[in-house]
Design a protein around this ligand. Structure first.
Ligand code: KIV
Length: 275
């Protein structure tokens, strides 16, 4: 599906139908202007809980709240016209029970207009994914490196190497069977990502996975070079907005100190100029 050929935002079923076709394009966004920039180019836009790290300076995604996701979700919704909106369920908002997950997922969808939610976890979340899907809350699953679990995974390590590969494959199969319309696969060996993509019936969205996945997602602040605290190997920087922004701020500060800004063209005359 090309972004220009589309008149209205796709639904989760449209994304599901892109399995094995043209690669699905997606990025994260957290604000209205960013959403506007990517709307014509992405099939879906994800308000990731990475917002906690890249915009709020948190050390991980664990401190992200429902209120943060809803506020940023509403901002992104105002900037989207063509791309589908998906919102991450934050840590602690869905793991306790399918009922808790539905209560919070329905609130996220109602208050933001998102078409779907994303949640982390494989086979152990299958019951919840089925429960939400059956009640009108489409789910994008997220397996492999699941950043909300760094404390049990032992950090941001590659997942699925060696013997772990079979259990990651089982996770992918379980979320697909449970009714997820797609699955994010994060930081896994490329060969395993390709085998999962060939094996399951729903689109795989890779991040640190493989170009053979059905689609790709990146954190927008990473790919624009705005978030520079660290750079995972799987991030490609398409711009250096962080450096460019700092250089612009330094130039402004120097001009203010030299009384070179504002220049006459930025100031107002006492009298209205005659025509
Ligand atoms: O929170 C996030 O940004 C994500 C990724 C898939 C990029 O979950």
């Amino acid at each position: 599906m090309s972004a220009t050929a589309r008149k209205t935002a796709p639904l989760p079923s449209d994304i599901r139908a892109m399995k094995g076709g043209a690669p699905i394009v997606s990025l994260t966004a957290y604000t209205t202007p960013m959403a506007r920039m990517m709307d014509a180019h992405c099939d879906f836009v994800l308000v990731g809980d990475s917002v906690g790290m890249v915009l709020h300076g948190l050390p991980s995604t664990i401190g992200v709240t429902m209120e943060m996701m809803i506020l940023h979700g509403q901002a992104v919704a105002r900037g989207l016209d063509k791309a589908m909106l998906v919102i991450d369920m934050p840590f602690g908002s869905y793991e306790e029970s399918p009922e808790q997950a539905f209560h919070n997922a329905s609130r996220v969808m109602r208050e933001t207009g998102a078409a779907a939610v994303k949640l982390e976890g494989g086979a152990h979340m299958a019951e919840t994914i089925a429960f939400l899907t059956a009640r009108g809350a489409p789910v994008m699953a997220h397996i492999g490196l699941t950043p909300q679990s760094i404390n049990t995974l032992g950090g941001y390590k590659v997942q699925g190497r060696g013997d772990q590969g079979a259990s990651l494959m089982a996770d992918a199969e379980a979320v697909a069977r449970a009714g997820a319309f797609s699955v994010v696969i994060e930081k896994v060996p490329a060969g395993l990502a390709d085998r999962i993509t060939a094996d399951i019936s729903i689109p795989t969205i890779g991040i640190g996975a493989s170009a053979g996945c059905d689609g790709q997602v990146l954190v927008v602040d990473d790919m624009l070079g705005l978030f520079t605290a660290f750079k995972p190997k799987f991030v490609k920087r398409y711009a250096t907005l962080g450096e460019d922004g700092e250089a612009a701020i330094a130039a402004y500060a120097a001009e203010v100190r030299a009384r070179a800004f504002p220049a006459p063209e930025h100031t107002f005359a006492d009298e209205t100029p005659s025509a």
